[in-house]
Design a protein around this ligand. Structure first.
Ligand code: FAD
Length: 509
């Protein structure tokens, strides 16, 4: 018998889930799952969240969205990584403190692992991210990750997107409805439970009682079903990740046609960090901070100082959140996806990725037989691991900092603010670099490459001198570092600027 799903909430999480399920569970065929999404026109979507991680390409491709449509209609640009400024040292003492987290993995042109050679100084003083891939230099020159002739979602360099969050939800909505998802505009006012404590129906103000076999809570921080009704507990990780506020602005470019950065800038500030993202015609800029270390007014002033005169007549938007998640995200016939079940500050743009992996997992664990217990158990265990591992990864950025200029940075280095898991990993990495063995491939959003980029970007020391004589390919490694340097130079002439690629896609798609 055909199954039905009711998604409550039409933000990015709701529409990505709807599109994913429609595609994977054949919403437009008689034997497939029928999907309805109900969204309120009184409660808006969060509308921030402009950075992504490369798995977004797989998601967009799987739901059958054309890349040029995404670029054109969601104002999307190409993101090749994150540049971190002022994370390592006190800015007054080290004004040029910077490192890059590229999305491209270290060169795998040869079978050789280049990292041990880099650790032993074979690449000289060149930072790891610059030594092992051309991407850092490509980004520094505001170049694109690919040529216009590269097809949908393909490129020699790995990338994700920046986009206008509200427009993205619309683009994905169009795709989902074209695949058979039914859309209702309504505000859910009540949720009824059956005798077993599962959801029996949700009550919309206009459409009345709505029923389904499975209910998906995508109501954002409200968590109307999974939190408010079913009482799934939220576990805070604020003792590890202090930031709990953001203040954001949209700023037009000073010069039309100026270069569009192909990375996010994450600049550490007194009590947090600012994001700076370039779209087609404007920048999205925000300050993520800890309310224990800075007032809202101070944060707005810091943001305006960062932006300069372009912010003069603009009113920033304030947002509140808490780092943490619900360990029960699937309870009986209800699954929470998106902000309803958790949020970790957007330093590595993981918000939408969590929704993507949850939607993927849900499709794979879909309870065709009606029994949800085992699927729920597996889903909850997997999401818990994912969140915990991402929390460790984000904490790493703060924990390795040597900044002492404000209480925020000093307190972030206290051992009791990092998990035992993270501290154990760091202990091991004092004598060997992170490898695939440290990664749980089915649960980790960030693989060993990302861990390496942050560790060595932050000047972490791994002492492998005891291994030095056992390494045999010094000349090959030297040659490969040289090849990468030359390829970077060649890329300067071969690749279009980021703005040219975006304009070309928008104009000629
Ligand atoms: P929302 O966007 O809040 O949508 C909730 C939906 O539920 C709305 O449609 C609303 O109408 C509906 N709704 C609520 N209650 C009811 C009801 N009773 N009845 C009917 N409908 C209802 N993520 C990233 O990946 N990258 C980033 O760079 C990033 N930056 C961020 C910066 C900040 C400061 C914050 C706070 C978050 C950021 N995120 C980022 C997270 C990202 O914004 C969210 O993951 C994403 O927007 C998904 O949100 P959502 O769909 O879960 O919730």
């Amino acid at each position: 018998m055909s199954k039905s799903v009711l998604i409550v909430g039409g933000g990015t999480a709701g529409w990505i889930t709807a599109a994913y399920m429609a595609r994977m569970l054949a919403a437009d065929t008689p034997g497939g799952v029928s999907i309805t999404l109900v969204e309120s026109d009184e409660i808006g979507i969060l509308g921030v969240g402009e950075g992504t991680f490369p798995i977004i390409r797989k998601t967009m491709s799987r739901i059958g969205l054309d890349e040029s449509e995404l670029i054109r209609d969601a104002d999307a640009t190409f993101k090749q990584g994150i540049r971190f400024n002022h994370w390592k040292k006190n800015p007054a003492e080290c004004p040029d403190d910077t490192y890059f987290h590229p999305f491209q993995v270290a060169s795998q042109h040869t079978d050789m692992d280049l990292l041990p050679y880099w650790l032993l100084g074979v690449a000289g003083e060149v930072p790891w991210a610059e030594a092992c891939t051309v991407q850092e230099r490509v980004v520094e020159s505001s170049l694109a990750p690919k040529l216009i002739t590269h097809s949908n979602y393909n490129a020699p360099l790995n990338y994700a997107y920046h986009f206008d969050a509200s427009k993205l939800a619309e683009v994905v909505r169009k795709r989902a409805t074209s695949m058979g998802v039914r859309r209702l505009i309504d505000t859910v006012e009540d949720v009824k439970l059956d005798e077993q404590g599962a959801i029996a129906s949700v009550i919309g103000r206009t459409h009345g009682e709505l029923t389904a076999d499975l209910y998906i809570d995508c109501t954002g921080f409200r968590a109307r079903l999974i939190g408010e009704t079913l009482g799934s507990e939220f576990t805070s990780y604020r003792d590890q990740l202090f930031c709990n506020r953001a203040v954001a602005l949209q700023v037009p470019y000073e010069q039309p046609g100026c270069p569009i950065p192909s990375c996010t800038y994450a600049t550490a500030q007194e009590a947090g960090w600012t994001w700076d993202i370039g779209l087609h015609n404007r920048r999205g800029i925000g300050y993520v901070y800890s309310s224990d270390h800075c007032s809202d007014d101070e944060a707005a002033a810091t943001l305006k100082r960062y932006i300069g005169p372009a912010a003069d007549n603009l009113t920033p938007r304030q947002l509140a959140f808490e780092a943490g998640f619900r360990k029960i995200q699937w309870h009986k016939n209800c699954v929470g996806i998106g902000l309803s079940v958790g949020f970790i500050e957007p330093l590595e743009a993981t918000g939408i990725s969590f929704a993507e992996v949850a939607a993927l997992m849900l499709c794979n664990l879909f309870p065709w037989s009606g029994d949800t217990e085992l699927s729920a158990k597996q889903f909850n265990a997997a999401m818990t691991k994912r969140f915990e591992h991402v929390i460790d990864f984000i904490k790493l950025h703060y924990y390795l900092s040597e900044r002492t200029d404000t209480a925020f940075w000093r307190e972030n280095r206290a051992p009791e603010t990092a998990s035992d898991n993270l501290k154990n990993k760091l202990e091991q990495w004092r004598h060997r670099p992170p490898s695939f063995l440290d990664i749980d491939a089915s649960h980790d959003i960030f693989d060993e490459n990302s861990w390496q980029y942050i560790l060595y970007g932050m000047d972490f020391k791994t002492d492998i001198s005891a291994r030095a004589d056992a390494l045999r390919f010094y000349d090959d490694a030297r040659q490969e570092f040289e090849n990468i340097r030359k390829q970077s130079e060649n890329a300067m002439n071969a690749v279009p600027t980021h703005r040219d690629l975006v304009s070309e896609v928008v104009t000629n798609g």
